[in-house]
Ligand binder design. Structure first.
Ligand SMILES: [Zn+2]
Length: 94
């Protein structure tokens, strides 16, 4: 089985983003989505693990409720910043 080095925080932030994206008042294009996620990630502690791919989902479940709240609040802040400074092409529809 393949062993990988992963930052669990990154996987978790993406999961939470997908969950709360409909409630975020901001553009959801790839540029803005990734800008929002990277902004939040830069403010969160990374959590690296060496694991097989199959075990990653199990490890993601180990994050507690407190951390979920922190991630949501960072993503909300990030979405606001990205909304005010969008980097997507200005001639786009959204
Ligand atoms: Zn955008």
């Amino acid at each position: 089985m393949e062993i990988v080095l992963r930052n669990l925080t990154e996987d978790y932030v993406m999961l939470v983003y997908n969950e709360i994206a409909p409630t975020l008042d901001c553009c959801k294009c790839d540029q803005c989505r990734l800008d929002t996620i990277s902004y939040a990630l830069n403010r969160l502690k990374p959590r690296y693990v060496v694991s097989s791919e199959g075990e990653l989902m199990t490890k993601l479940c180990e994050f507690d409720y407190q951390f979920e709240t922190t991630v949501m609040s960072e993503l909300t802040k990030a979405a606001k910043v990205v909304k005010e400074n969008p980097r997507h092409k200005l001639n786009k529809d959204q």
